[in-house]
Ligand binder design. Sequence first.
Ligand code: DC
Length: 220
Amino acid sequence: MATVITIDGPSGGGKSTVSRMVAARLGYAYLDTGAMYRAVGLHARNRGTDLDDEAQVQEMLDSAELSLTPVDGDTRVLLCGEDVSEAIRSAEMGLVASRISALPLVRAKLTELQRQIGARGNVVAEGRDMGTVVFPDATGKFFLMASADERAHRRVEQLGEQGETISHAEILAQIEARDLADSTRALAPLKPASDAVMIDSTSMAVSEVVNFIVDQLAKK
Ligand code: DC
């Protein structure tokens, strides 16, 4: 049976770093599903797709060739052959991804792609609905959160490293808006699976979270 570990949670909770490190510790592949939503969002924006027009959304999806390649513990994202790994990381693309991720057609396409990747086994899948919708039978499920203030703090630092300067207040407002949109949408909302292990990382070091997850999996 394919072994899939799911790590869900709101944006900025440290999921990406933790998921990458857990995958490295286990020797598993890392599946960054947020990157998929971001890449589709970028594609729609490049094409000027009207997101209220289903036919246009379907055409956009049909022409979106996505490929995710693991490189040095990270994921390179190719959209129609072009490396968009950096372009999808801006705060703006996060908002575009959040908006597009509420569309049923988009979720159907990406859920199927994610399951294909998961079927290969030995995958750590990170996102919002990995444990609830995409991989309900996952071997181990975790839900990682942290206070909105701490997440904003981490995000400002991360964007700063990428050369993007943005105030704490602005990021906090974006995070709160995105949490609300992600958790109140009708389809696959952000919520813990009933059998997920909850982790509050507000005052935990990344290494502590990783060790905790690896220990929990070892007990299974
Ligand atoms: O994890 P992230 O910030 O890269 O995700 C970007 C957006 O994509 C997020 O606002 C919600 C959406 N998303 C989703 O709806 N389902 C997932 N499995 C992953 C991300």
